[in-house]
Unconditional design. Structure first.
Length: 465
């Protein structure tokens, strides 16, 4: 029975559109509807919306559109927006050596500008839930994590930032320069403070914090172990990079006497509350360990190609039951900064591997970018598919334009065709993008600010500012 003291939820009705629900059965409607009531999805189905609905504040003709769940990004480094286009022909380790000295000069204003640009670009391309892995905290740089959180709140995107860290500098055998790392105790204390200050575990949460030491070659074993214990004590998720390159594999064998997966498991870093970025160089035993423990993977095909890291075994991971989502990765190794292009790239790059044309289908690619990402972030019960009761995070893609109109299959049009325009996107039932433009922020101002801060960072890194 409805509580008369509670105001009725305002409804938005979308009709006459193709619908890909990405539910457990892969339900699709060639012509269907979605009804939003407040922050939740009220109904999804074939044909017109139910008649007699009250409190309808907007009725949308979705003709020529495909409606899907909002995209979920599972790996990013927002600050890298300011260093795009550098070290263009380097592999991961050489790329990091070239850019760490630049990144170690970032400050709060730079990170705010980079976060607004990163989030804005993703939102324009259908992302409704974004994640960031920030692990560079120069002394005296200001509140870098807070700058990101403020940017996400302004733009209206659901946000899963992780407080990263590095404590293994070059003098101790790590990759980052010593001035770019924290002490172990400082990193752990700041991570705990970030969780205590910002984490919201509620069911409709717009902000959840994770714990994310950077990588096996930039953090000590002690930091990894204690960070994992901290995350589990606080009830939050764990994230790091894993098995990205052959150089990382070599580093782990030389330093720890085992590969990355075995090393991470030895310090408590496998489990259904953990997800790893990349996981390109995984053998059968590694994949089995991820499947056995429920450890998730953030697959970043464009970044893996940009840095010549290799082709992740995504079909084998999915076949074993490993949770897999998609990630943009930092825009210094994926300059487009968009997740919807990763749907296509995930499919195409996987088909270059041993499974060839049977590697991934268009619908599997869409699932990676929606439900798969939600599962990796531990939110598959709330987002990632269009089902009654779930949060109203969804996207209307225009597929009747010149780039898509001759592709009869709407999902194939979205995944295999050109990047489809976003006519509308909703987060918690609120409009974030309309007619391909942000409605929550001034895109031109974001672009100007990002350009200014990128140039300021370059001057500082060159010793001129």
């Amino acid at each position: 029975m409805t509580d008369p003291a509670q105001p009725a939820a305002q409804r938005t009705v979308i009709e006459n559109c193709a619908v890909a629900t990405v539910d457990a059965h892969g339900t699709e409607h060639a012509e269907g509807h979605v009804v939003l009531a407040g922050e939740r999805i009220e109904s999804v189905g074939a044909g017109a919306a139910p008649s007699g609905l009250s409190d309808v504040v907007r009725r949308i003709d979705g003709g020529g559109h495909l409606v899907t769940p909002g995209l979920v990004n599972t790996h990013h480094h927002f600050y890298q927006w300011l260093t795009r286009g550098l070290a263009q022909n380097a592999n991961l380790f050489d790329w990091l050596v070239a850019l760490y000295p630049v990144w170690a000069r970032i400050d709060e204003d730079m990170v705010r500008a980079a976060a607004r640009a990163s989030l804005g670009m993703m939102a324009r391309g259908g992302v409704t839930t974004a994640m960031d892995h920030h692990y560079v905290f120069p002394r005296g740089a200001g509140d870098l994590l807070g700058a990101e959180i403020g940017a996400a709140r302004e733009l209206g995107v659901r946000f899963h930032p992780t407080r990263g860290s590095m404590d293994l500098g070059a003098s101790d055998g790590g990759l980052p320069p010593d001035f770019a790392v924290e002490t172990t105790d400082d990193a752990l204390a700041a991570t705990e403070e970030a969780v205590d200050t910002h984490h919201d575990p509620s069911s409709a949460s717009m902000l959840r914090i994770g714990v994310a030491p950077c990588s096996p070659f930039s953090v000590t074993t002690e930091l990894l172990r204690q960070a994992g214990e901290l995350a589990r004590r606080k009830g939050v998720r764990l994230h790091t990079h894993g098995s990205e390159t052959v150089e990382e594999e070599k580093f782990c064998h030389e330093r720890f006497g085992m590969g990355p997966t075995d090393y991470l498991e030895s310090v408590g870093w496998l489990g259904d509350d953990v997800w790893m970025a990349h996981c390109v160089h995984m053998n059968d035993s590694d994949i089995a360990a991820f499947a056995r423990t429920g450890t998730g993977v953030a697959h970043c095909p464009s970044s893996n190609a940009r840095l010549a890291a290799g082709i992740a075994r995504v079909p084998d991971m999915l076949g074993a039951g490993v949770p897999v989502g998609l990630g943009v990765d930092g825009t210094a190794s994926n300059e487009s900064g968009e997740l919807h292009t990763e749907l296509r790239n995930a499919l195409l790059v996987s088909r270059l591997g041993p499974h060839k044309e049977k590697a991934l289908t268009a619908r599997q690619a869409l699932r990676l970018g929606t439900y798969g990402g939600a599962r990796v972030l531990g939110r598959e019960g709330e987002i990632g598919s269009l089902e009654p009761g779930k949060l109203a995070d969804l996207v209307m893609w225009r597929i009747d334009g010149i780039g898509h109109s001759s592709i009869a299959d709407p999902v194939a049009a979205l995944v295999l065709g050109a990047a489809a325009p976003v006519s509308l996107s909703f987060v918690n039932g609120r409009t974030v993008v309309e007619d391909g433009r942000l409605v929550t922020a001034d895109e031109d101002a974001i672009a100007r600010e990002a350009r200014h801060e990128a140039r300021r960072l370059a001057r500082i890194a060159d010793g001129a500012g």
